[in-house]
Ligand binder design. Structure first.
Ligand code: ZN
Length: 338
């Protein structure tokens, strides 16, 4: 009889010593299995009791019950203590999501584009959003009743009359050339406005990047080099260019600029409509009319100009299929850039 009581005493002593050193709930569960689990000494104690006579069974049985209760008690005490501690240090516990301020995709990409052009010697000009009818149209060889004016004849101000929200960054070409005499290279990035129904590809406001270079020998070869440098750096891969003849009233000759599809590498995909090419910019040699309006001798100086849409480039780079996401306040859109 004594040996069973002694054994139970030793078990409790050992269990108590061990539980005090336990640092986490996982270890505590292992301890529980060891001392209170199905295969523990205590769980199979009934076998021992069975073989004792009644008097002994009573005494040993009582001691067994006390020991078991004491073990359960210290188990629950330790569990409570560890649970409180572990909440404080539970790295897996889901917390409140924290949004750190970051630049929007528009801002971060504009910043990158500006850097690329600055590295090629372009100055950056912040031009007004409200421009005169003359700046937006007449100075660019689009007199009243010119058919090209129709699609841009949009958001006019009541006061002052003959002013509108610029429909293209080209509106700053003549003021730019008047202010900075050639030879000059510059970029005019910024918002433009159109009276347009919105869908996944169109919005009533968006960003354009206008480029102008005027000197004694600015030509298409220079333009091609500038575009190659720009697109390679922007998309961070080798891009192939294609120039196609086009028409703009303020450039002569005019071209559309295509780049090799950045999504399929010209193998053909739905974005490039299986052509392998993406239309990304319009450009051309600045029309002598525009140079004349800026007071520049078109016999001495010549230049190229180009325009590209910022959102279109971002959508291609990050594979975003709806322009409205870029102008919304959905923070998830910006997570792509970080
Ligand atoms: Zn493609």
């Amino acid at each position: 009889m004594e040996k069973y009581i002694e054994k139970l005493e030793n078990i409790f002593k050992q269990a108590k010593q061990e539980i005090e050193e336990i640092k986490n709930l996982k270890e505590l569960e292992e301890w529980k299995i060891k001392y209170l689990g199905r295969k523990s000494y205590l769980a199979n104690f009934s076998e021992i009791l069975k073989n004792l006579d009644l008097e002994e069974r009573k005494k040993v049985g009582e001691f067994y019950n006390q020991t078991k209760e004491k073990l359960e008690k210290i188990y629950h005490q330790q569990k409570e203590k560890l649970s409180e501690e572990e909440i404080e240090f539970d790295f897996y516990h889901p917390g409140n999501q924290v949004y750190y301020p970051t630049l929007t995709l528009i801002s971060s990409n504009l910043k990158k584009i500006i850097e690329i052009f600055q590295n090629m010697g372009f100055i950056i000009i912040d031009a007004p959003l409200i421009v005169s009818e003359y700046e937006n149209f007449d100075s660019l060889n689009m007199p009243k009743f010119h058919p090209a004016r129709e699609m841009w004849d949009t958001i006019w101000l009541k006061e002052p009359r003959n002013y509108l929200l610029r429909t293209h960054t080209s509106a700053f070409q003549v003021p730019f050339l008047k202010k900075y005499k050639p030879p000059i290279r510059g970029i005019v990035p910024g918002k433009v406005f159109r009276f347009e129904a919105t869908d996944s590809r169109h919005d009533f406001e968006f960003y354009q990047i206008e480029g102008i270079s005027v000197s004694e020998n600015s030509n298409f070869s220079h333009l091609r080099y500038i575009f190659e440098e720009f697109f390679d750096n922007y998309f961070e891969k080798k891009i192939t260019l294609r120039f196609r003849p086009s028409y703009f009233p303020f450039t002569e000759p005019s071209i559309e600029v295509d780049i090799s599809c950045v999504l399929c590498n010209q193998r053909g995909c739905s974005v490039c409509k299986f052509s392998g090419w993406l239309e990304v910019a319009g450009a051309g040699m600045i029309h002598p009319f525009v140079l004349k309006e800026a007071g520049i001798d078109s016999k001495k100086f010549q230049g190229y100009a180009f325009g590209t849409g910022l959102e279109r480039l971002i959508m291609l780079k990050y594979q975003i299929n709806d322009i409205r996401l870029l102008h919304s306040s959905d923070l998830r859109t910006n997570e792509i850039s970080s």
